[in-house]
Design a binder for this molecule. Structure first.
Ligand SMILES: NC(=O)c1ccc[n+]([C@@H]2O[C@H](COP(=O)([O-])OP(=O)(O)OC[C@H]3O[C@@H](n4cnc5c(N)ncnc54)[C@H](OP(=O)(O)O)[C@@H]3O)[C@@H](O)[C@H]2O)c1
Length: 297
């Protein structure tokens, strides 16, 4: 089975690539920019997407590429639409021609945050532009004439050699190490997801060519403030630089859903998905950061 990954320079893309290398699997890694191991494929270009997928002829495509910075998506709506809606159309059309199974990554931000944790039967109702475009992406896939899985996930954290965007654990760790005061909201709820667990979930879905929607995340529900406190405690950092705030005090261009978090029983039952605890996830991140530091010193 040959797997093609989109967004291979991203956090999830790097974790999937590492797993496939470990399993000595047959795969092609693609990204917006090319490198020695990555084929250039800008998903917003129909011609480039069609050409690369047509040439590689994968059995499964794991579509991890997206514009993921929620506030940037709210402000630069045309860029968000090009990557997160048109990009999905381009992938779908190339996947149909190649007769490939498509695994599409989506988000808890398709929900309005009024209830949580949520299972796959919950009704989406996005509150920001990123969520609206990701939901439109899901709808394009559901209408397509191909075999598909949609994996929705929540607040992904982890460490990788290339980090083009921050995540909550690395942001809290870096800020407190630099003795920079940070405020973190205490009235939103999430089930944070270790990037390695999400990558493992993608490969489980790929091997089974799983059909339908799956919620993939950690099992523990925390507020971002609780995540920050646990991160500070784990890395033994000074919590006096950490302050609680609530969403009403925190102006951000894109509105956030208040309570999401996922019920992952379907993924556990049907895919054999087994996420790490948050504490175990932090332990893995710490080990990886140490190994990156020793390679650069
Ligand atoms: N991170 C989260 O907390 C989170 C939560 C819920 C769902 N998700 C979903 O999970 C998936 C993976 O996210 P991630 O955490 O790995 O995000 P990420 O680290 O931001 O990676 C996304 C990758 O997509 C690439 N990309 C953007 N536009 C592209 C284009 N036009 N053509 C090709 N590649 C493009 C980016 O390249 P550049 O960096 O070069 O722009 C980046 O390498 C996404 O679908 C995201 O919506 C993520």
């Amino acid at each position: 089975m040959k797997i093609l990954i989109t967004g291979a320079n991203g956090l999830l893309g790097q974790k999937i690539t590492a797993l496939l290398l470990k399993e000595k699997a047959c795969f092609a890694a693609t990204g917006k920019t090319s490198s020695e191991a990555i084929i250039k494929m800008d998903i917003s270009s129909p011609a480039e997407t069609c050409e690369v997928i047509g040439k590689e002829r994968p059995d499964v495509i794991i579509h991890a590429a997206a514009l993921t910075q929620v506030d940037d998506c709210e402000i630069q709506r045309d860029l968000c639409f090009a990557a997160n809606v048109k990009g999905v159309e381009n992938i779908v059309s190339a996947a149909e021609k190649a007769n490939a199974h498509l695994i599409h990554l989506s988000t808890d931000f398709v929900f309005d945050g009024k209830f949580g944790p949520l299972d796959e039967n919950a009704i989406p109702n996005p509150v920001n532009y990123y969520g609206k475009c990701k939901l439109e992406g899901e709808e394009i896939i559901r209408r397509a004439a191909l075999s598909w899985s949609i994996l929705r996930t929540v607040l992904v954290y982890g460490a990788a050699p290339i980090m083009s965007r921050p995540n909550i654990v690395l942001w809290v760790k870096k800020s407190l190490e630099e003795k920079k005061a940070i405020k973190v909201v205490n009235d939103q709820w999430r089930t944070p997801t270790l990037a390695e667990d999400l990558a493992a979930g993608c490969l489980l879905a790929a091997k089974k060519k799983a059909q339908g929607i799956y919620h993939i995340s950690g099992k523990e529900m925390f507020t971002p403030f609780e995540i920050a406190v646990r991160t500070a405690d784990f890395f033994n950092l000074d919590k006096s630089f950490l302050a609680e705030t609530d969403s009403s005090q925190f102006a951000q261009p894109a509105k956030r859903p208040m309570k999401t978090g996922f019920i992952i029983a379907k993924a556990e039952r049907e895919l054999g998905f087994k996420p790490h605890s948050f504490e175990e996830g932090l332990r893995l991140v710490a080990k990886q950061l140490d190994s990156f530091a020793s390679k650069t010193s």
